[in-house]
Design a protein around this ligand. Sequence first.
Ligand SMILES: C[S@@+](CC[C@H](N)C(=O)[O-])C[C@H]1O[C@@H](n2cnc3c(N)ncnc32)[C@H](O)[C@@H]1O
Ligand code: SF4
Length: 459
Amino acid sequence: MTALTRQVPPKPSVSPPSNLARITNYQDLVKIEECVRYYPPNLEPVSNGVEIFSAIGESRDREIDLFVDVPYCGTICGFCPFNVYRYKEEEALRYIDSLEKEIRAIRSLNDLTRTRVRTVWVGGGTPTRLSIASMNRLLELLDTNFDLRTVVEFTMEIKPTQSDLVEEKFDLFRQYGVTRISMGVQSTEQKQLEILGRGHTAKDALEVVDKIMGAGFPLNIDMMYRLPGQKHKEVEQDLENVRSLGIDHMSWFPYVPHQGTRLASRISNQQVAKPADREQYFAMFETVLERLSLAGYDQYTPYHFAKSRRCDYHVDRWKMPQLETLGLGPGAFSFFNGNIYTNEHDPAKYAKMVNENVPPVVLAKKLTQTERTSRLAVLGVKFFGLELSKFETLTGEIFTNYYKKETDLLTRAGLVELKADCLECTIAGRAFNNDVATAFATDVARRTKHPQALDLMRR
Ligand SMILES: C[S@@+](CC[C@H](N)C(=O)[O-])C[C@H]1O[C@@H](n2cnc3c(N)ncnc32)[C@H](O)[C@@H]1O
Ligand code: SF4
């Protein structure tokens, strides 16, 4: 089917599900967003991660996704909830030393010889803010310490800051097997970029798109909608501006104001307008889906649209059964050896831990049987269709019995439909996917705030 004849998805049979309109304020939305991304959220303090790694013994053969967090950016955007710090050369150099020590600490407990990496994601943060020498060291560290022979995808995250994107860095990407670049564009409207505090123009972003495509790297761009005060027609304009660029993969995130960020404070102080409400958001979501579908993009998660190739990193980490992820760097998240855990966020404290040759883990949770079962569904439903027989094979539970109450509720709300071997999300279920996902979370997880949000509030 060519791009132009591709069918537009049918209109949803319901408007935004009013009986699930229980998200009354932004904080609820943020809590849910985080809960479903890093399920389960009820992690507990630990003094180090020795047990997580030593429990593996000499390990079985395993395939993992590898995430490397580079927590530095040239400027910190007003909307950003991630663990990021203003770039300083000396700190970045210390960070690379610490990263090496973190890898050494893990490998002293398990040499990882039977662990093969399937995908790599170097992000954060803005890794391309690193100097050429530091980028070289980072990529060399990964290359010498992990089995990357069977990597199917290697993504490097960048920001469209022209001065950071020198040709030597692209040469390093080629040398170390980077296969794909992911770049935040966010908006093509200058007024919005200023509200977001991006520190680059739309022209910069479009020039860098050309540069990357000219260098031959498949590209993902991150776009945001439901921005403060943004009107429906402005989302249409953004879609118009990017859909014909020939980019293979796009991510479209509805903006969520995170407490502790500059932009969220400006919204609460009424210095900038609020983002769209649920109903307006739903109309925007439909437009994004419709326009991108017409342009030949297939939506495969609430945020991700692919023309020819889905992102393996997203598929691996979310699709049932989820692959393990080993996260490195300050604040990185991991799902490893039956545990969910997070590294120390503060680069100085992280450095102190790795100097003592211990994995820098501060919060962790060994998943219970119930959480393992829930995690399959909470994350798996991001792919809009849960294979019921696969769920049964993986858990021994019949989905429609195990989640009978939830399936009935979500069906009545017009968010899901039961079809043969599949629990399928409707268009409303795609747009309000977090509502669907949280229905499958265990009670304790629903009540627990995610540590990343807590961390931000302490700042
Ligand atoms: C890890 S960030 C980093 C990307 C890169 N450093 C950049 O900004 O160009 C990945 C993406 O998450 C999205 N994002 C960040 N904060 C968000 C928020 N508060 N609400 C919705 N999406 C957000 C943005 O589109 C961003 O590009
Ligand atoms: S959005 Fe990207 S560039 Fe902006 S502060 Fe966050 S990680 Fe850094």
